[in-house]
Design a protein around this ligand. Structure first.
Ligand code: B4P
Length: 191
């Protein structure tokens, strides 16, 4: 089993690159953003709880997200590996993920971190908001709250994996295919 984390601030291209990476490497894509939006669409109790946080640009509580990821891993136990997108987003989530993967004997191989400047992130998310219908993309105030949440709670997750020498920084600005090729070179070197 080969497990990767795709990391970066909101709008850095995690979802965009994940779609291409899972096709090439046959990994199971686990995006907590997508899982949460699916719970919201089905109006489950979990979705209703998550929605209030997401609409404000805040992170959903750790216990909700960790429970969701734990079930998703169990439900895909035959997978040849996972691509985690948007998870872990706090040091507590990172510790929980490490424990879950320890049971499988397949720790995280690398954390690929997409580096994109703040102005470019805001530009991308405002543009996506014009068509996505996503409530968290609709105004710049919420987008800025998401970026503040990233700096306050999520950036520290890289420190967690730096200790294990697993963080690889990738330039996340430029053409989507160029960024994809950079990611593939790093993955191929570790597979
Ligand atoms: P996510 O769904 O993870 O979304 P994201 O961070 O906004 O976007 P991503 O980085 O995937 O950007 P994308 O490729 O789409 O999170 C949404 C919310 O869910 C969070 O705010 C939080 O509330 C909650 N949540 C999720 N996971 C959680 C967790 N673990 N714990 C707690 N809460 C959690 O790209 C953005 C745009 O840029 C797109 O329009 C794309 O077309 C464009 N783009 C991509 N690459 C580009 C490039 N190279 N050049 C130009 N544009 C590009």
């Amino acid at each position: 089993m080969f497990n990767l984390i795709l990391f970066g601030p909101p709008g850095s291209g995690k979802g965009t690159q994940s779609e291409k990476l899972i096709l090439k490497y046959g990994l199971k894509h686990l995006s907590t953003g997508d899982l949460l939006r699916s719970e919201i669409a089905q109006q489950t109790p979990l979705g209703l709880e998550a929605r209030s946080f997401m609409d404000r640009g805040e992170l959903v509580p750790d216990e909700v997200v960790i429970g969701m990821i734990s079930s998703a891993i169990d439900n895909n136990s035959q997978s040849k590996g996972f691509l985690f997108d948007g998870f872990p987003r706090t040091p507590a989530q990172a510790e929980a993920l490490d424990k879950l993967l320890e049971f499988k004997g397949a720790p995280v191989a690398a954390m690929l971190s997409l580096e994109v400047g703040e102005d470019e992130l805001i530009k991308r998310l405002v543009k996506r908001g014009e068509t996505s219908g996503r409530s968290d993309d609709t105004n710049e105030e919420i987008i800025r709250a998401r970026l503040a949440e990233y700096h306050k709670k999520t950036a520290a997750v890289a420190d967690h994996y730096k200790v294990f020498n697993k963080v690889v920084n990738i330039k996340g600005e430029g053409h989507i295919d160029e960024i994809f090729n950079s990611l593939c070179s790093e993955i191929d070197a570790r597979m």
